[in-house]
Design a protein around this ligand. Structure first.
Ligand code: 13P
Length: 247
């Protein structure tokens, strides 16, 4: 059985002090131990958040990392830096990074391999734009994104990755994919994982849905057969995140 995993992607929001306030209020409200809970704050909030979650079941993730170990990459953060802090997960290939910061399927793959080398658990984001959905290429595109992201990843490591299906048209728009639309694509992602690694690995890989997840739609989405939780943006900045985790 796959444990559900609900992760909050705070994006470029909060501050170290406000982050601690939010964690403290979430601690008392999360009342399930059956869901893996992850918060992904901005880099500068990581130390404060790691301290605030100490002794709780909440894990911490970063929103990005570089694929090099160190060097002349102004403004970037290396995987070993995250590991030293105690970060467990790292979001890789979010559509906002693909759209605004030149992330490609190839750099996503490099980052996935490097994260695994450092024992960071990647949350790999895939998903189509509205134009791509209307052109009817969603499944082809998401299959390709998934295949490239997992290139050269060994089966034992592939089991541990999380894949987040985030249709770009549903991010921050309040326009959630229907549970059927989300399930169709999450199932296609599991099928492509099965084609590469076989059904044992595909059965273990956790696939999240992301895009306007809130306390009102989480239950229906997370109860679909191939949706193992969510990657939550806006609603993860509020106490509502606890209700989503407790879905
Ligand atoms: P929203 O939940 O704000 O739509 O954001 C989704 C997302 O991009 C999470 O990574």
């Amino acid at each position: 059985m796959r444990n559900k995993i609900v992760a909050g992607n705070w994006k470029m929001n909060m501050s170290p002090a406000r982050a601690v306030e939010l964690i403290n209020s979430l601690k008392d409200k999360i009342n399930t131990t059956e869901v893996d809970v992850v918060v992904c704050p901005p880099f500068v909030c990581l130390p404060a958040v790691l301290e605030a979650v100490d002794g709780t079941a909440i894990s911490v993730g970063a929103q990005n990392m570089h694929f090099e170990e160190n060097g002349a990459y102004t403004g970037e953060v290396a995987p070993s830096m995250l590991v030293e802090l105690g970060v467990k997960y790292v979001i890789i290939g979010h559509s906002e990074r693909r759209q605004y910061f030149g992330e490609t399927d190839e750099t996503v793959n490099k980052k996935v391999l490097k994260a695994i080398e450092h024992n960071l658990l990647p949350i790999i984001c895939v998903g189509e734009s509205l134009a791509e959905r209307e052109q009817g290429v969603t499944i082809d595109l998401v299959r390709l994104q998934t295949k490239i992201a997992l290139k050269d990843v060994k089966a034992e490591d592939a089991k541990k990755v999380v894949i987040a299906y985030e249709p770009i048209w549903a991010i921050g728009t309040g326009r959630t994919a229907t549970s059927e639309q989300a399930e169709e694509v999450c199932k296609a992602i599991r099928n492509v994982v099965a084609e590469i690694y076989g059904s044992e690995v595909a059965d273990e890989v956790r696939i999240q849905y992301g895009g306007s997840v809130n306390a009102g739609n989480a239950n229906e989405l997370f109860n679909m057969g191939n949706i193992d939780g969510g990657l939550v943006g806006g609603a993860s900045l509020k106490e509502e995140f606890a209700s989503i985790v407790n879905y």
